[in-house]
Design a binder for this molecule. Structure first.
Ligand code: ATP
Length: 326
């Protein structure tokens, strides 16, 4: 192995920089040349490369975003686009790739790697935590902390006015952020894509809260929930129960930003190094992950085919901890 490329792709996540740094420093340590690829697969298609050395990644460990930039790249979904990417890969004399991103990024890597027999290792970087085969993904812990900080602030104003807040968080089709942030911020109800909570269930939960005159209620809503548009849910609740004085806050992209937490920095450092080690060991088409504190290698096919379930125990806690009797 004499030269590899590294890229960040798909939705950005805090800790991607820490992972890039770990890949680069491990390469330097092993005397392997490394080049950054700008804007994910788009840089591979466009031939946009940035040679990296130990100094190029100084000071980025603590930064949110990604110094390599990220993008969605429609051309990479086509055989022609990937052929151009392969030409550039060869021109750069690369022997392998480390791709940092989510399931879309790994889908692309899986196809490209098999098409041209290229060793590619995936590093799970997404705030959604929706990748099978790793307990946690890079960026998830930071996003959780950001959400909890925001919910704490909304709780102050909700309590001052005795209001009900619907707070929508990211996570696409996964409820990990909503559930874990819900427990950590004392949300009274969580609405998750994994659960078929009906409007009547929601009403019952809220009526239970109000029956013992709660000062405020927070419903943490995962963006992929089954019940429909968050504003419409709140409006319906307001029509039926004007006394709840329901409001909506969509947290949005602030969840993607910020300096990574210690947990994300450590995870990114470990997985970045593990990805280069996997390439040195002639591995291909796998994701490196962390399960029970151990590094694991998960074939892309497996990581992509399976769905990580939510923690039912935590889900049941929400109802117990929101107060009131069974
Ligand atoms: P996040 O989970 O944070 O959204 P992601 O990695 O899933 O991140 P996507 O936009 O879904 O983000 O995927 C990133 C890129 O991977 C796409 O823009 C595209 O270039 C490539 N990609 C995704 N799916 C495919 C596919 N079926 N074939 C080829 N390339 C793909």
């Amino acid at each position: 192995l004499s030269k590899i490329g590294v890229l960040t792709s798909g939705g950005d996540a805090p800790g991607m920089n820490a992972a890039v740094r770990a890949v680069v420093r491990k390469c330097v340590y092993e005397n392997i040349k490394v080049t950054g690829i700008i804007k994910g697969y788009q840089g591979l298609v466009n031939g946009d490369f940035l040679p990296l050395n130990a100094g190029s990644v100084s000071g980025i460990l603590k930064d949110g975003g990604t110094m390599l930039k990220s993008a969605r790249c429609p051309e990479f979904r086509t055989p022609e686009g990937r052929a151009t990417a392969y030409e550039n890969f060869k021109k750069q004399k690369l022997d392998g790739l480390v791709v940092i991103g989510g399931d879309g990024t790994f889908t692309g890597a899986n196809i490209f790697g098999r098409e041209y027999n290229i060793p590619i290792i995936g590093v799970p970087g997404t705030i959604d935590n929706d990748l099978f085969g790793t307990d946690l993904t890079i960026g998830y812990d930071t996003a959780l902390n950001t959400v909890v900080d925001a919910v704490d602030k909304i709780r102050d104003t909700a309590t001052a006015h005795s209001r009900l807040f619907f707070i929508e968080v990211m996570g696409r089709d996964a409820g990990f952020i909503a559930l874990n942030a819900g427990v950590a911020s004392g949300a009274e109800v969580v609405l998750l894509p994994e659960k078929k909570t009906s409007y009547d269930d929601l009403k019952r939960f809220l009526e239970k809260q109000y029956s013992y005159s709660k000062d405020s209620s927070i419903v943490l809503v995962a963006e992929g929930k089954k019940m429909g548009n968050t504003f419409e849910i709140a409006q319906r609740v307001n029509e039926e129960h004007p006394e709840y004085d329901a409001r909506v806050t969509i947290l949005g992209h602030l969840q993607r930003g910020g300096s990574p937490t210690v947990a994300d920095r450590v995870l990114a450092s470990e997985l970045g190094v593990a990805a280069v080690e996997a390439l040195i060991d002639d591995q291909k088409s796998i994701m490196v992950g962390m399960v029970d504190g151990e590094i694991v290698h998960v074939p892309f096919n497996q990581a992509l085919k399976n769905k990580k379930g939510i923690n039912e125990r935590l889900f049941n806690l929400i109802n117990v901890l929101s107060g009131g009797k069974k």
